[in-house]
Design a protein around this ligand. Structure first.
Ligand code: EPZ
Length: 430
């Protein structure tokens, strides 16, 4: 298996092109199941999760093609993907695919809405928590579906079509909001989603569905109203920039010191992390090219942070923030409220010399004056990249194992950091 080796100590200086958001690209690709016309998506990131979802959609009968490279296009430019679900050949999403990527469970919404039937494997547990699907099922029941769970599969049926309903989520859920949006777009009558997720990726999906002919109001607020339509058409949509990739490289720049321009990054997508970075001691400047993060020698201040749904501080940046404050001057506390088991990076950061105490959902991080490189491994995407951030500031070599986690969600990570002066290389397994 590939490894990433980092020799710590180099400051980051230069530009990093921010890719399209993984967590927007995935639901947008799934939305192609809602129409028999072609959905064209620009700025699709080249990621393992995207490749896997192409395969999963192919299984349902979606034909896809990718545009070739155009003159002047950089390797960092996202792909243009054309998806055509003219004929759905299979309404089953099998265990071996859904268990590899939880978001593929979300096909349940469009398949049910368009075909009146879907059989989708329960995703099972995952490294960051139990992650149940009860709220998806509640939402689809409210839209008139019959649901049975049998032999590890959700069997959802609505032979006469879905009908609008009132869905009130007891807690904010991104995935079930995506699914409710997609399903309600093709339901008869009006649906109101209360306590909807407000994440930018929800707004992006709603914008694309609207281009496809859906009637959606309120995306980005906690009440979304959808007036169902009989059919949706093809459309063309550009995936928004990845706010988690942006935040990750912003934290890396703050960690090492230096001056990095995050090209194409949008400030409105990450106000809480930007505010926090400024409080920690980095200079963050919004320019017409993106977001510039500068730190010149000044020490890092400790923080008190709680992860929250958008617009709060995102759980997907919690591990990266923890790596950063390992070097703060003082003690930080980080409370994780979204997932119950998202601290797998703590023991690995400790291998690099971090001083972190865990008590339930709260990590107390005492800043240390130096980190020392070591071999480490992680069990999920964001945990892995937190180890990269720590490795960039550690003395000596850090080797990150299980790089496939990184490849799921960070496009050309070693190239992007390497272009800014990081000493980082991929050791390809023989
Ligand atoms: C999305 O996951 C993201 N994934 C996650 O990013 C992100 O961490 C998460 O939202 C929170 O922002 C994608 O967009 C592909 P949720 P999702 O439903 O939709 C509970 C990454 O690293 N819940 O908002 O699965 C759930 O267990 C990933 O890129 C139920 O209890 O998250 C959690 O505690 C990881 N029942 C909370 O809600 C349900 O039926 C929020 O989860 C559904 C969720």
């Amino acid at each position: 298996m590939d490894q990433i080796r980092i020799t710590g100590g180099a400051r980051l200086n230069g530009r990093i092109a921010i890719s399209g958001a993984k967590n927007a690209a995935l639901p947008l690709m799934i939305a192609s199941l809602l129409t028999d016309e072609t959905l064209t998506l620009d700025n699709i990131p080249r990621l393992a999760d995207v490749a896997l979802l192409k395969r999963i959609l192919g299984n349902h009968g979606v034909d896809y093609s990718v545009d070739g490279k155009r003159p002047g296009q950089d390797v960092m430019t996202g792909e243009t993907l054309h998806l055509s679900a003219k004929t759905i050949v299979d309404t089953t999403a099998p265990y071996d695919l859904v268990s590899r990527m939880r978001a593929s469970f979300w096909v349940v919404g469009p398949l049910l809405a368009r075909m009146g039937y879907a059989k989708v494997s329960l995703p099972g547990g995952c490294a960051i928590g139990t992650r149940p699907v009860d709220l998806f099922i509640e939402a689809l029941l409210k839209l008139g579906a019959d649901i049975e769970i049998d032999a590890g599969y959700v069997l959802a049926a609505a032979p006469k079509g879905l009908r609008g309903g009132r869905i009130t989520f007891p807690k904010v859920t991104v995935g079930a909001t995506h699914v409710a949006l997609m399903a309600a777009s093709l339901a008869r009558g009006e649906t109101v989603i209360e306590n909807a997720a407000r994440e930018p990726e929800i707004v992006d999906l709603a914008a694309c569905l609207t281009k496809m002919g859906a009637a959606i109001e309120g995306a980005g607020t906690s009440t979304i109203t959808i007036s169902g339509v009989e059919r949706l058409s093809g459309a063309r949509h550009t995936v928004l920039p990845d706010r988690i990739e942006t935040g990750t490289y912003a934290f890396a720049a703050a960690m090492t010191g230096g001056d990095v321009l995050l090209e194409g990054a949008r400030e409105d997508l990450l106000q809480a992390p930007i505010e926090l970075l400024r409080g920690i001691g980095a200079e963050v400047v919004v320019t017409n090219e993106g977001i510039r993060v500068v730190r010149n020698g000044a020490g890092l201040a400790p923080v008190r942070v709680t992860t929250e749904p958008f617009p709060g501080f995102p759980t997907d940046l919690q591990a990266q923030l923890m790596a950063l404050v390992c070097r703060a001057e003082g003690t930080s506390t980080i409370r994780e409220t979204i997932f119950e088991n998202r601290f797998m990076h703590v023991q690995e950061l400790a291998r690099l010399g971090a001083d972190i105490q865990l008590e339930g959902q709260v990590a107390t991080v005492k800043g240390v004056s130096r980190l020392r490189g070591a071999p480490v491994m992680a069990t999920d995407l964001r945990a892995s990249v937190s180890l990269v951030i720590a490795g960039l500031a550690a003395e000596g070599d850090t080797t990150v194992n299980r790089v496939y986690h990184l490849d799921r969600g960070f496009e050309r990570l070693e190239e992007k950091l390497g272009r800014c002066g990081a000493q980082i290389e991929r050791l390809v397994a023989a």
